[in-house]
Design a protein around this ligand. Sequence first.
Ligand code: SF4
Ligand code: SF4
Length: 355
Amino acid sequence: MSSIQSNTRTQNRSLQARRLPLADAGEQRLQLGNLALGRDFGAALTSEGLWPLRPTSVEVLQINVGKLCNQSCRHCHVDAGPDRTEVMSRETAMQCVDVLRRYVIPTVDITGGAPELNPEFRWLVEQCSSLGRHVIDRCNLTILESGPHRDLPKFFAEHRVELICSLPHYQSACTDVQRGDGVFEKSIRALRRLNEVGYGAGDSGLRLVLVTNPVGADLPAAQTCLEVEWKRELRRLHGITFDALYTITNMPISRYLEWLLETGNLEGYMRTLVESFNPQAAHGLMCRSTISVGWDGRLYDCDFNQMLDIPVSQNSAGHVRDFDLTALEARTIQTDRHCFGCTAGTGSSCNGNTA
Ligand code: SF4
Ligand code: SF4
């Protein structure tokens, strides 16, 4: 069963707050490990000459500033929500900035939770921007409609922040079923205000990207075709413009894993991911050019490994305060079965397709 109907119950509490076994990363990995899939990720990479998996270079420092969020979406891979309290401190944020002072890492990608809820968010953006880094904020849009954050569009424009914003669909039903009642209307209002300050105009330098991920247990449709459709429909229905659409495959972890289990879709979904393994996508894996920092400063190969509590390999520094680029670029990337989510079909990453 992969219908929208099976997804109509909008969770309003995290796995952690509900004290479910699945809140534990070890339990999530066990659920995936117990499946008879016939192929493991290491074997798939070996057949492509990519095993062990190594970085190319570190182009992106992705900073997850916490699990606190104003939403509690059904598919959330972070298990984020209003009931989460983990947020990055100023001290840890300063250690991230120190890394940027020491190393030429061109892009800083700030994520969460809703990153804007971290009290240090604006300070972090200002610091990264003043160091000349390209700054990305992963924004859920609705946060821009809440009182103290309503001036963020202007702040983003001043600092030339690229915005990568979640919007599952250009129609309200598909969006609200995944992200909560009323999310679509708020998102549309926020997008209009971003357009008003110059975002999404194509040549303004204020890049506005939308991100969509499937509502059910399917792979996303082709990104290039969807982008044409979305640009046409959002302009026609709502007068909104944007620069690009990324399609992202749902990762079989956290609350999406809970949904897969509840609806009996887990084994079928994992088989789809395994059978859709695309060698070209494997070569473009985002973990080969990214280091992910957790809210407490610990280092990971990507945001997904962070949520599964799989740290960077032991021969490299495990905390941002000890960041050593040479050691990190020589590390072996840690993989497991969830990684098939990055190599299925046209590939998936925080920046959309990889193949
Ligand atoms: S998917 Fe994004 S907006 Fe939704 S709960 Fe998770 S972090 Fe928040
Ligand atoms: S889940 Fe992370 S480590 Fe695994 S392939 Fe994807 S980006 Fe790489």
